[in-house]
Design a protein around this ligand. Structure first.
Ligand code: NAP
Ligand code: 8YV
Length: 327
């Protein structure tokens, strides 16, 4: 329960990549304990762990059952990012712990990145940039790109907040859009395919923007890639776990599909050497939301969720599985 007495100090754990703006967000009545990694966290004394009432998770560090069990008094876990597959929200729900995330404030930024990554992949922008830097333009022309947005149909995998923002951009670019998700998205008029394979057979481009976790694990597998065909392009701004990475590498090498644009990987920050060597991929280091403006808004939402809770107010952006039923 979040009720706090005047003058009472609230202990908050800040866990994950260093974020000065999150740390600075807890002045006065909060005592913060900052730990970047799981190894660092082992230095936290059981006495302090027993006092922690709020946790800010500032990146994709695992807040799993084993980690969370150290904090018997925790009331809220405020996670940075809209995806929360790194937080054991089921354990949290069992214990009555609120989990929050940072939806909406990153939607348009991530959608911009997805469209940019798709176009860069199709039109070979990264190799074109390398061509100019290497001084090769003086002696020849850059080859025409094999890909184009002009002759494609995009199958969105996921049609939630960000999926819809990507689809809006594609529609404005006159690109036909269809989508797969388990349920039709309310108010969305693009054609819905309840069956991913059926959609993969009908389109040549997939843009992935689902959550990670068990229900989407390796859903883009060898069979789906084969169905997409030799003009196939996959853009993944969802989670690395959504794609069977070895199957994707094989498909790119063997020409089963044409190209891929990837912001996320199975074992970040590790990117397999085989993937890094391929000419037909554009690889980004999980930066879809990574502008100063958007990351500041995400930081603030992490802080504001915890502050609202300890002010006795409802969580601002709880995840759907969270057990909040009023203070
Ligand atoms: P959202 O509004 O909850 O949308 C999720 C979409 O995925 C919904 O259409 C949902 O529809 C669909 N979906 C969920 N489980 C599925 C399954 N098993 N099979 C097929 N479709 C499924 O979430 P959002 O705000 O758009 O964010 C989506 C995800 O993008 C996040 O969870 C995160 O993983 C990823 N993301 C990545 C970055 C990045 O930096 N690369 C940044 C932000 C977000 P149904 O429930 O009907 O299936
Ligand atoms: C963040 C993300 O980069 O919101 C998400 O789900 O993947 C990104 O916006 C991620 O949370 C890394 O900290």
């Amino acid at each position: 329960m979040a009720a706090t007495n005047p003058g009472e100090t609230i202990d908050v754990l800040i866990y994950g990549p260093h974020k000065p703006k999150v740390i600075a967000g807890f002045p006065g009545r909060f005592t913060t304990h900052v730990f970047a990694t799981r190894n660092d966290l082992e230095r936290l004394s059981p006495e302090i762990a027993a006092r922690i009432r709020g946790i800010a998770v500032t990146g994709l560090v695992q807040a799993d059952r084993k980690m969370l069990e150290q904090f018997p008094k925790v009331e809220m876990i405020a996670s940075f990012g809209v995806g929360y597959d790194h937080v054991d929200f089921r354990y949290a729900a069992e214990k009555g712990i609120i989990v929050t995330h940072t939806p909406e404030v990153l939607t348009e930024e991530v959608a911009d990145t997805a469209l940019g990554l798709l176009i860069a992949t199709l039109r070979d922008f990264i190799n074109a940039d390398r061509f100019v830097r290497a001084g090769k333009w003086d002696t020849g022309s850059f080859p025409l790109s094999a890909g184009s947005l002009r002759d494609r149909t995009v199958g969105m995998v996921g049609m939630g907040r960000i999926g819809q923002a990507i689809a809006r951009r594609l529609a404005a670019s006159l690109v036909p859009v269809v989508y797969h998700s388990r349920n039709p998205a309310p108010g969305v008029t693009y054609k819905h395919y309840p069956d991913l394979m059926e959609m993969a057979k009908e389109v040549d481009t997939l843009v992935l923007i689902t959550p990670g976790g068990a229900s989407t694990e390796k859903m883009i597998n060898a069979e789906v890639l084969k169905a997409l065909g030799p003009r196939g392009v996959v853009v993944n701004v969802a989670r690395g776990s959504v794609v069977d990475e070895p199957a994707l590498i094989a498909a790119l090498k063997e020409g089963t599909i044409q190209a891929a644009g990837l912001d996320v990987f199975a074992r970040e920050p590790h990117v397999p050497e085989e993937l890094r060597k391929l000419p037909n991929v554009v690889l980004l280091p999980h930066i879809a939301s990574a502008s100063v403006t958007t990351r500041d808004a995400m930081d603030m939402l992490v802080v504001d969720n915890l502050k609202a809770w300890f002010d006795g107010k409802p969580p601002l952006t709880p995840v759907p599985e969270t057990p909040y039923k009023g203070h």
